[in-house]
Design a protein around this ligand. Structure first.
Ligand SMILES: Cc1cc2nc3c(=O)[nH]c(=O)nc-3n(C[C@H](O)[C@H](O)[C@H](O)COP(=O)(O)OP(=O)(O)OC[C@H]3O[C@@H](n4cnc5c(N)ncnc54)[C@H](O)[C@@H]3O)c2cc1C
Length: 591
């Protein structure tokens, strides 16, 4: 009887797997050979070997227990208690236990917020390079995107403090911001946006009044993620300072004062958000809050802006994570769900849909780790001007692609993709945030074109880097390298032209996308050679080809695609076997 029952349960489970296959129980690290390949390219062996077991553990947690926590934390969002039980104006935010479990993994076990600041985490004697840190960001955010924000702003606060804070402020606050001991951790927040403007920060109206060795802040902050953070960095205008961004100072505002009482600001309410519902974003009224100036008072905006490259990279990585999760989900459905007697993955339109999902995801993965690597090199002293341009292009394109990719993966699942019991609905809701915070699409495209190209001439460094990568990819067929060289020059030339003419501003988004697509096609080819040398697989070169064919080259909508070679490319990319450079080169010639 017992045996029968077990068989029945097993049969039902396998049937439900066919009816609604999903990623439950998948190890997101093991399921992602491209991640391993790129980490092996960008990290020294000794470091890669050290982090791999930790990535393996996080990959398993992210596809299992943490995914359940993320679902629960999203469903049972934070609740603000505006007063305490005896009626004092003390605000607390109550979180579901699942949120705390996610915190213990992200901040405690893996210490993602502090990997690039504090030595010794997970037994590594040094700080981790940005590439290694974002391998963890990438895996964690595949399951929980909301907490990605508190992790990133805590990291950013610590860096601002480390770079610009006085010794006294560092001594008081840096240890808590980088702690992995949950009893001593003090998470951070960054509150800039006001009702008058998020993009146009120079319009802010919060004022700072000096009082001895500290300042008092008055005004309102309109979007405050991680609203109950213990240490907040914010921008405010000191009394009498000039208008615009020049007059804005950077301040550190603790949640609690030395006597343990709450600082003089109130969390007025929490936002009812489309996505990132697990995490508390609030509105704050500053009622003489005590704060300390960080760095030079008239350089607050500049100091904050210096951090923008690293937070926009984090943003790009997080959107890439959403896409990877969507990709895993879509592949799982397509390989298991049978429609009209065939698996979806065996049907031509199913393959096309999957390739679109995969292409944007792999581009973003390549650009994420390339950009992280460039930041590592810049921090090590080598001025990588190309990073100035890569970061906004990644943030611009990856965050926008995530919206579409998550929507397409949802559709791949059919009707239940739209139902909140599956991750796809949450992914789609979360994906819409990436292109808003840390600068909306327009602002980031203008940043790429006006600041990076127009002011810093970063496109020359990018062009030189792309050519050097092609020079360094001698195994990639010559014809393809020549094609990429020509396109790289055209994309850079177009960006220059747009930046030079103020009446071309409306083309900034197109120019930014072109730079991203061409740079990613070059990078995919460069990676293909390296992965081929290590384990005989050149398939990333096919992705390089697809980027140019589908995202750069205009196509005649009335012309039939050459289906034989397209089918062969799809079979290779969607299949499990590797392909040598000669085979891939053959296909490139035929396509
Ligand atoms: C969930 C969530 C959490 C957030 N958390 C935080 C936080 O913790 N801290 C914080 O400081 N902020 C936070 N923000 C705020 C966010 O950074 C801002 O909403 C964002 O920067 C846009 O500012 P805004 O809302 O004032 O829109 P606006 O700046 O008013 O923009 C409105 C529109 O105008 C466009 N626009 C602006 N300038 C130009 C231009 N020159 N050319 C063409 N178009 C332009 C924009 O692209 C946008 O489409 C959060 C937002 C959300 C949604």
């Amino acid at each position: 009887m017992h045996q029968l029952l077990k068989q029945d349960v097993a049969a039902k489970a396998s049937q439900s797997g066919l009816l609604a296959p999903d990623t439950t129980g998948m190890n997101f690290y093991r399921a992602d050979p491209a991640l391993t390949d790129l980490l092996r390219i960008h990290l020294p062996d000794v470091l890669f070997n050290h982090i791999e077991p930790h990535l393996d553990r996080l990959g398993a947690l992210a596809g299992g227990r943490l995914d359940e926590c993320a679902r629960l934390a999203d469903r049972h969002g934070p609740v603000l208690h505006p007063r305490d039980k005896v009626g004092r104006d003390v605000q607390t935010i109550e979180y579901h236990p699942a949120y705390h479990e996610l915190e213990r993994a992200a901040f405690g076990e893996f210490g993602i917020h502090a990997l690039s600041i504090r030595k010794g985490i997970m037994g590594w004697p040094d700080k981790y390079p940005v590439v290694a840190k974002h391998a963890f960001t990438f895996l964690f955010n595949q399951t929980e995107f909301g907490m990605g924000c508190p992790i990133n702003v805590t990291d950013g606060c610590a860096k601002l403090l480390a770079n610009f804070g006085s010794d006294e402020l560092k001594a008081r606050y840096l240890d808590g911001l980088t702690q992995t001991d949950m009893t001593r951790l003090t998470q951070g927040g960054q509150f800039m946006t006001e009702k008058e403007g998020g993009s146009d920060v120079g319009t802010l109206t919060t004022t700072a009044v000096q009082e001895g060795d500290h300042w008092r802040l008055y005004g309102e902050k309109w979007f405050c993620s991680n609203a109950d953070a213990k240490v907040v960095m914010l921008l405010a205008r000191p009394e009498g300072a000039p208008p615009g961004t020049r007059g804005v100072g950077l301040f550190l505002m603790p949640r609690f004062l030395d006597d343990g009482s709450q600082n003089h600001y109130r969390i007025v309410r929490l936002k009812d958000k489309l996505g990132t519902r697990s995490m508390a974003s609030g509105e704050i009224t500053l009622e003489g809050a005590i704060a300390y100036a960080v760095g030079k008072l008239d350089r607050g905006f500049v100091q904050m802006a210096e951090m923008v490259n690293s937070s926009r990279l984090s943003n790009g990585v997080k959107s890439t994570a959403l896409m990877r999760r969507a990709c895993h989900d879509a592949m799982t459905v397509a390989k298991n769900r049978v429609v009209f007697g065939s698996r979806i993955i065996d049907l031509p339109l199913g393959q096309r849909q999957l390739l679109k999902i995969m292409l944007a995801t792999e581009q973003a993965l390549s650009m994420s780790f390339l950009t992280a690597d460039a930041l590592d090199r810049a921090e090590a002293g080598s001025q990588d001007a190309a990073a100035l341009l890569r970061t906004p292009t990644l943030k611009f394109r990856a965050t926008r692609d995530a919206r579409k990719v998550c929507g397409d993966a949802l559709e791949m699942r059919g009707g239940i993709g739209y139902i909140e019991e599956f991750a796809t609905a949450r992914l789609l809701r979360d994906a819409h945030l990436g292109s808003i915070w840390e600068g909306t699409g327009n602002i980031v495209a203008l940043d790429a074109l006006k600041r990076a190209v127009g002011r810093h001439g970063a496109e020359s460094a990018l062009a030189a880097d792309l050519h050097a990568r092609l020079d360094d990819s001698a195994e990639v067929p010559q014809a393809w390298r020549d094609r990429l060289r020509g396109l790289a020059d055209r994309a850079v030339g177009f960006a220059r032209e747009v930046a030079a003419h103020s009446d071309s501003e409306a083309e900034s988004r197109r120019a930014t996308s072109l730079l991203y697509h061409v740079a990613s096609a070059v990078q995919l080819a460069w990676e293909a050679q390296r992965i081929h040398a290590r384990r005989g697989d050149a398939r990333r070169l096919l992705l390089s080809r697809l980027v140019i064919d589908h995202r750069v080259t205009p196509s005649d909508p009335f012309r039939l695609a050459e289906s034989k070679s397209q089918g062969a490319i799809a079979a290779l990319l969607l299949g499990d076997r590797s392909a040598r450079m000669a085979e891939v080169g053959e296909l490139l010639r035929a396509a």
